[in-house]
Write a protein that binds this ligand. Structure first.
Ligand code: CO
Length: 430
């Protein structure tokens, strides 16, 4: 494959990954599928992991996954090389009761999840995906489900009824003004049953088996390239599926180095990471402890020469809002991976880890940029500082993008190629 063909393949593979990743559960299912295809062994956290050689992975709670490949040396001798990212995205999530009524219409009853830009959700067909909790022969199991098409829509009000909308912006109340229209009708019970019936059909199970659900609304439109030269990507969930994809491709394509290579994709970053399967949980530290081995001091010795790339998307300068950046650290879309620095440790980067990452970029002839939030504006946070606190030197990076947390975000195609190659070199032990 020529370099150009390889680049095109990577970008179209990212687009299909974005389209597959309809919910955190779907992201993990697609990651699992690709790992199995490449010979990674699927294990459970209840298995004994210390004796396992080669490449393997474990899934926690269906929406977080850690994959690893043993290095030529033990973790004690050479440490871990870790790439971390997150599987979740801000979105509307149906409440347990699913449906409510108003004005002779059935509405989906929803709760906003994470820091959504609420005003980007109206006037576009929305779809529904996630997992169903089912009972099969007395056992509680889960089934992925996706309705794969437009199900509901949140209509705006006309400008004639909201004359100030362009001066004051579209302000939406999370409780009163975010429930999408689902169907004609005035029986919430009937509409709920009909919806559960169609979810059951999609999952190919009888309705009677459904016990509960973990569902997510998403834009029904697929991801696409745009621009005169198709140099931009438009999609929901670029934050952070673009980094999950780069990390996964790097894990699948990197060479075995001295270090144990680890890919860790967590859920619940968008609500603070403190959960069973978030980066604040014991998922990563307990797994690293088990991989490090049972000799006394194995884990701290391994961690002392480990390094982590915490990968979460970054804010590119917007041509119409350039003054929202600090004026000196101004990343551009398609300008290469961004190192994120915050001296107050909202990002875990320091001069040393930044230099290691920058050197990798230089080795691969990939441009590299830096981002520092304006000191008079609150800085975002990510999984980096949480996992760094276990004792792992960390660099926070991400690809530059526009419209983070909009229902549809934009990023650069070239950056996807650059970041994947840097992560590949990192996991290969360069
Ligand atoms: Co993110």
């Amino acid at each position: 494959m020529t370099a150009t063909a390889a680049s095109q393949e990577l970008v179209s593979d990212l687009i299909s990954f974005l389209n597959c990743g309809k919910s955190p559960f779907h992201v993990v299912a697609e990651t699992r599928r690709r790992l199995l295809e490449k010979g990674f062994q699927e294990l459970s956290e209840s298995d004994c992991l210390q004796q396992v050689e080669g490449s393997a992975f474990v899934i926690r709670g269906g929406a977080a996954i850690i994959a690893w490949r043993r290095g030529r040396k033990t973790p004690c001798e050479a440490g871990f090389r870790i790439v971390g990212a997150h599987t979740d995205q801000p979105c509307l999530r149906p409440k347990p009761g699913l449906v409510k009524n108003a004005q002779g219409l059935n509405l989906l009853d929803v709760e906003p999840y994470g820091g959504m830009i609420l005003a980007t959700w109206p006037d576009r067909p929305l779809s529904l995906a996630g997992r169903l909790i089912v009972e099969v022969e007395g056992q509680v199991q889960t089934r992925l489900v996706s309705l794969d098409g437009p199900l509901c829509c949140l209509p705006n009000v006309a400008i004639h009824l909201n004359r100030s909308v362009n001066d004051e912006g579209l302000k939406l109340n999370k409780h009163k003004q975010m429930s999408p229209v689902l169907s004609m009708g005035s029986s919430a019970d009937e509409a709920r049953e009909a919806l559960l019936e169609s979810l059951a059909q999609r999952a190919q199970i009888p309705r009677s088996q459904i016990l509960d659900h973990d569902l997510f609304l998403l834009e029904a439109e697929d991801a696409t390239l745009w621009g005169m030269n198709q140099e931009f990507i438009s999609s929901g969930k670029l934050d952070d599926l673009a980094m999950c994809h780069a990390g996964l491709r790097a894990m699948l394509e990197s060479e075995r180095g001295d270090q144990t290579a680890v890919l860790a994709l967590f859920d619940h970053e968008e609500c603070g990471s403190n959960s069973y399967r978030g980066a604040g949980s014991d998922f990563l530290p307990s797994l690293l402890a088990r991989l490090a081995g049972s000799e006394p001091e194995a884990l701290p010795r391994a961690l002392s020469h480990s390094m982590q790339i915490s990968a979460d998307m970054a804010h590119a300068v917007h041509p119409l809002y350039a003054d929202l950046h600090d004026g000196t650290h101004v990343p551009s879309v398609n300008g290469g991976p961004v190192i994120k620095v915050n001296h107050n440790q909202r990002y875990a980067t320091d001069g040393l880890t930044a230099a290691v990452f920058r050197n990798l970029c230089k080795l691969l002839q990939v441009p590299c940029q830096q981002f520092v939030s304006r000191p008079d504006m609150p800085c975002g946070s990510t999984i980096g500082s949480l996992t760094a606190a276990y004792g792992i030197a960390t660099v926070d990076v991400g690809n530059p993008m526009w419209a983070m947390h909009s229902v549809r975000e934009s990023a650069g195609a070239q950056d996807a190629i650059s970041m994947t190659s840097v992560m590949k070199a990192f996991l290969s032990g360069f």
